[in-house]
Ligand binder design. Sequence first.
Ligand SMILES: [Zn+2]
Ligand SMILES: [Zn+2]
Length: 228
Amino acid sequence: VSFSFSFSSSFFSFLFCKMASMTCRCGKVGLEFTDTKPRVSTECCCSSCFNRVNFLAKKGGPALPADVNQPLLMSKWDNYVVVQKGREELFAYKLTNETLVVNIATKCCHTFMLGRHKGYDANCVTTSTDFPLFFDVDEDYRHASSRWFTDQWDPQRLKSQQKLVGIWVDESKDDKPLIGDDGFEDILKRQLESVQREIIIKKEGGETFDAILESLGGNIVIVSESEK
Ligand SMILES: [Zn+2]
Ligand SMILES: [Zn+2]
């Protein structure tokens, strides 16, 4: 029997490669992404990234990294996620009434699942990548290309960490531009391009972050100061 191929290699890798997925710590909730690795991963030192997982840790969720000088890892994926199981365990919350960042975590084991900043995240959702469990994901998914909001930390704290270009907001200027260490411009440009890239839908059944929120009844818990 002879036949010829007319499919591209990427079509084949789509057919035969599993897409990356993740579960909460107890395994009740499963989400699948549309690629084998994030569009981009970055480290973050900002207090909201820490507070949103600290809120969960205080409720019995996964502990923060043992090294208190370790920034948290954030990964950006297509804003098109398949809820494989456990939707009824999801809930939404945000740290203040005004914030543009909405988070989704699990009630079963208080694992952070997805976050999204309507502006910055463009066509993406964000995972706080230290907390859920990942499957079928490319090895280098934890490879961060920059470290955000290093200005919020004493530089001593980062001495023992890998070297990464820092990026932060210049609060002294009226238009609050993003600035950073030497060479931040190119890295920032590539990151912005990758979060803004259109989503190519390769499979059925995915949902946007907002559609998942809506399926939870649109209810968003506002975290009180004492819970952070
Ligand atoms: Zn769970
Ligand atoms: Zn952050």
